[in-house]
Design a protein around this ligand. Structure first.
Ligand SMILES: O=C(O)C1=C[C@@H](OP(=O)(O)O)[C@@H](O)[C@H](O)C1
Ligand SMILES: C=C(OP(=O)(O)O)C(=O)O
Length: 438
């Protein structure tokens, strides 16, 4: 429950989530995928010549990745900048030591950049937000050590010293798929490449490893992923590319959820025909929860009835979607069970506890399980929805606020981790500005 002190501490940073007066009818143009942007920037910085990353996301996580690569020596020149996107011209240079990298709270920066730093000619230090120091790092840092680098520390802050040689390594990636992606992305530049074997409970968020594999192959890297839980990257050049980043389908989740909650329609232009983004699974998930989902030429349309159906969903592959699915479940007309996401206790915050706490604070009935949540329908009332520095907690509060008057989301600015101007996009979707959400 909020105490008077916590209410007053929050007061400065509370955002009144708008309740929907009528069904939404909006076209929402989403900025580029965080996951694709941060992979593309990193690969461009290690490539064999100058490349371009178009429609790259501008957000805290993407800006931190760009800053990290720049401080490791890459020349990064922006053009066509808007609040949400930028085209980067990137000229790779020899990886330079001596830098201190701020990872913020970005999993992609804290897990992907250390292997690049191990190619540097001197030590590179890493630190981030206080919350980042709690996120699991041990498996990837241990792997870098096993592959020849020197790393002091098991979590942030730590320092990496090359040279990394590469070779074979066994690790437990059950806490995050990023442990594997973070080795594969730079491995073509290791003298011996890498063979990564996962040993442990199943790896979550496998579509994100498929994204890594796909983007490496596009860049000409020779990679074998034919055996389960084993990935082999051959040493060799990473081809310079001119790539365009797809819209962020995980960030589509709260906007499409608004169609369900309000019985309206939301269209997302640029929804790819084929993609490795796990967010594409929203098409099936939202249909299960009562939406009509239609592919348009070059886009997607989701229409709701205003009634949300409870769901049994194993979100192991798409754990990023848990906060939105939980928000929908809290508004559903039947019980829901979300499973397969034990590892999201190590995301930006412990998302299982955070979601149960905040849904229950509004009068809901959400119970934690070992690997997810059970949520039973109950009428909700307004109140403060805490975001725990977690962009997806904040957007989950916004979704609930559509149907529950008086929800105030703490620290809505935390959405800037992956979306540059969520409040304006949300307002535009609800018709405040009369313009399309951009
Ligand atoms: O590689 C990536 O870009 C990501 C992988 C996933 O991490 P986990 O495997 O830790 O879930 C996902 O949840 C995260 O938002 C982005
Ligand atoms: C888990 C997430 O982020 P990160 O890339 O920081 O792991 C997320 O965006 O839901």
């Amino acid at each position: 429950m909020s105490t008077p002190q916590s209410e007053s501490r929050d007061a400065a940073a509370l955002w009144a989530a708008p309740a929907a007066a009528e069904p939404v009818r909006a076209t929402v143009r989403l900025p580029g995928s965080k996951s694709v942007t941060n992979r593309a920037l990193l690969l461009a910085a290690l490539a064999d010549g100058p490349g371009v990353v178009r429609l790259a996301l501008r957000s805290r996580d993407a800006d931190l990745m760009a800053a990290a690569l720049r401080s490791l020596g890459a020349e990064m020149t922006p053009s066509n900048e808007s609040t949400s996107s930028v085209d980067w011209a990137i000229t790779p240079r020899a990886v330079r030591g001596g830098a201190t990298i701020d990872v913020g709270l970005a999993g992609t920066v804290m897990r992907f950049v250390p292997a690049v730093a191990a190619l540097a000619d001197g030590p590179v230090s890493f630190d981030g937000d206080p919350a980042a120091r709690k996120r699991p790092m041990g498996p990837i840092l241990g792997a870098l050590r096993a592959l020849g680098a020197t790393v002091d520390g098991e979590a942030l802050p730590f320092t990496v010293r090359g040279p990394i040689v590469g070779g074979e390594v066994v690790l437990d990636a059950s806490t995050s798929s990023q442990m594997v992606s973070g080795l594969l992305l730079a491995a073509a530049r290791f003298e011996k490449g890498v063979t990564v074997r996962h040993s442990g409970p199943p790896v979550p968020s496998m579509p994100h490893i498929a994204m890594t594999v796909h983007m490496l192959r596009q860049a000409g890297v020779v990679l074998d992923d034919s055996a389960e839980d084993v990935w082999r990257v051959e040493p060799g050049p990473i081809k310079a590319m001119d790539v365009t980043v797809e819209p962020d389908l995980s960030n589509a989740a709260p906007f499409l959820a608004a169609a369900l909650v309000t019985g309206g329609t939301v269209e997302i232009p640029g929804w790819p025909e084929e993609t490795t983004q796990g967010g594409d699974q929203l098409r099936d998930l939202l249909a299960l929860m009562g939406a009509t989902v239609t592919r348009l030429p070059g886009g997607l349309r989701v229409t709701g009835t205003g009634a949300v159906r409870g769901v049994e969903a194993d979100l192991h592959e798409v754990s990023e979607l848990t906060p939105t699915v939980a928000a929908l479940a809290a508004l559903a007309d039947g019980p829901s069970r979300i499973s397969g996401v034990a590892h999201i206790r190590g995301h930006e915050t412990d998302r299982i506890t955070a979601l149960a706490t905040e849904i229950n604070r509004l009068g809901g009935d959400a119970r934690e399980t070992a690997d997810g949540l059970e949520i039973h329908p109950r009428p909700l009332t307004g109140g403060v929805f805490h975001s725990y520095e977690d962009h997806r907690m904040a957007t989950a509060g916004a979704v609930i606020g559509l149907a529950v008057p008086g929800v105030r989301v703490e620290d809505i600015a935390t959405t800037g981790k992956t979306l540059p101007d969520f409040p304006a996009m949300w307002a535009a979707m609800l018709g405040d500005t009369g313009a399309d959400a951009k």
